[in-house]
Design a protein around this ligand. Structure first.
Ligand SMILES: [Zn+2]
Length: 449
């Protein structure tokens, strides 16, 4: 099949006007000018999307599909209070609720042109939903306990889940990893245990790290609202937390976590130059979640310094519970504008860079760029079509600007993963969207009271 459009954006190479992509099976075979491709392959079916961009599917470097039912539930509170309210509401959901919430997230991801997700979950719902929807997914099994005595059983349960979750989907599309939740919810022994298991079993790993001032104060000074609220709610006991005197980044480094190859640190808004050096020296990748960071008043990640130090960075949505939609266009636009408002004009703060952060850079940061992230012969055919023909988008002089400054998730008209069309014009190949919508209404009733 030849997919064609006004613009083809390989991302790793300059864009092609009136271009096409030849897909055979699950693989991209050739990219080039539309007419030449058609002439060279007259037997191939041609799908022409007209005034649209064909580009690699978005790689959402950090999300939680199962939090999709929490959209709009807690909107105007800072991180610590948001987190506590969310934790309270979470208790109301059954296992079936989590599964359907994750399916809602999977449907939204495909509808938004996201073809690869990196998702942290403790229920496994995201892994099941991603497999059902056909998404490419890296799902990390979350582990958390503040009590040293419980670390053994928590890790045993996690290892059991990891083995089970692997069976949910095709290993070509579904990979299971492990994620210590955060510095305020894990005893140091968790980091040691996770490092041992991840290194031994070659598991990808991720952690929410240095995401808020409260977290920073908790680790360094031993107290903050987050620490008090969280511990009161989840232990009722004095867990004996003492000031460590170091930053969250330095703290987890001390417990060996950065020994895991390719660790993905999420947020990293509260980092100083020494922390950035530590992240760079240990080849830690960073998931930059600009909307979530802004909405929950977590701070602004120093993107320029990350890039300058050669840290692998990609964009993440961090789920509808915090930013309300899985819209990578919003992440690109808001990420670029926030950075430019604060940092001024910098050479890296341009639309093309942010398209790269949402695709190839995120794939590289997750270690999957050999398969996805750009349109290149031999890579997997994870391709989206973005319609850019609306009045507010024309004339389209430069496709990267059009995408970043005028497009939204509604402009996605076609989403393909591994050569399989999974979403097109409000139709999902593998999902029953009417059922998902009906269940979302039920979850609304469960959560709002
Ligand atoms: Zn998160």
């Amino acid at each position: 099949m030849i997919l064609a459009a006004r613009y083809v954006l390989p991302v790793a190479a300059p864009h092609i006007v009136d271009g096409g992509v030849l897909v055979q099976g699950d693989t991209i075979v050739e990219i080039g000018e539309r007419e030449k491709l058609i002439a060279a392959h007259p037997e191939e079916e041609v799908r022409d999307f007209g005034l649209a961009c064909l580009m690699p599917g978005f790689v959402d470097m950090h999300t939680h599909l199962e939090f999709s039912a929490m959209r709009g539930l807690v909107d105007d509170l800072p991180y610590s209070q948001w987190k506590m309210q969310l934790l309270e509401k979470e208790q109301r959901l059954t296992a079936a609720d989590w599964d359907d919430a994750a399916l809602l997230g999977a449907a939204e991801a495909l509808e938004s042109g996201i073809t690869t997700i990196a998702d942290i979950t403790d229920t496994g719902a995201s892994a099941r939903a991603a497999a059902s929807a056909g998404l490419r997914a890296l799902v990390y099994r979350e582990v958390a306990t503040m009590e040293k005595a419980h670390v053994g059983e928590v890790m045993a349960a996690a290892e059991e889940d990891i083995a089970e979750w692997r069976e949910y989907g095709d290993p070509q599309r579904l990979t299971i990893g492990i994620a210590p939740h955060s510095t305020y919810s894990c005893h140091p022994a968790v980091y040691e245990a996770v490092t041992e298991v991840a290194t031994r079993d070659d598991l990808p790993a991720s952690i929410h790290l240095a995401g808020s001032k409260d977290e920073y104060d908790f680790v360094k000074y031993g107290s903050s609202r987050l620490a008090v609220d969280y511990r009161e709610t989840y232990s009722g006991a004095d867990l004996g937390w003492l000031p460590t005197g170091v930053s969250p980044v330095r703290y987890v480094e001390q417990w060996g976590l950065f020994e895991i190859p390719g660790l993905v640190a999420v947020h990293c808004t509260q980092v100083d130059d020494a922390d950035i050096e530590t992240l760079a020296a240990n080849d830690v990748s960073v998931a930059y979640c600009p909307r979530c960071n802004a909405k929950l008043a977590m701070g602004m990640a120093p993107l320029g310094k990350f890039l300058e130090r050669g840290i692998e960075v990609g964009l993440g949505t961090d789920s509808p519970a915090s930013n309300n939609t899985l819209d990578m266009f919003d992440e690109m636009r808001i990420g670029l504008l926030i950075q430019r408002a604060v940092m001024g004009f910098e050479p890296y703060l341009i639309a093309r860079q942010f398209v790269k952060l949402a695709t190839l850079d995120a794939a590289r940061a997750l270690g999957v760029d050999d398969k996805v992230g750009s349109l290149e012969p031999g890579k997997q055919a994870d391709i989206i079509a973005v319609d850019i023909s609306h009045s507010h988008q024309i004339p389209t002089l430069y496709p990267y600007s059009t995408l970043v400054h005028t497009a939204n998730q509604e402009n996605i008209v076609f989403t393909m993963v591994a050569g399989q069309a999974l979403y097109e014009k409000d139709e999902w190949t593998l999902l029953d969207h009417d059922r998902i919508r009906a269940r979302a209404e039920e979850l609304r009733d469960t959560l709002r009271s």
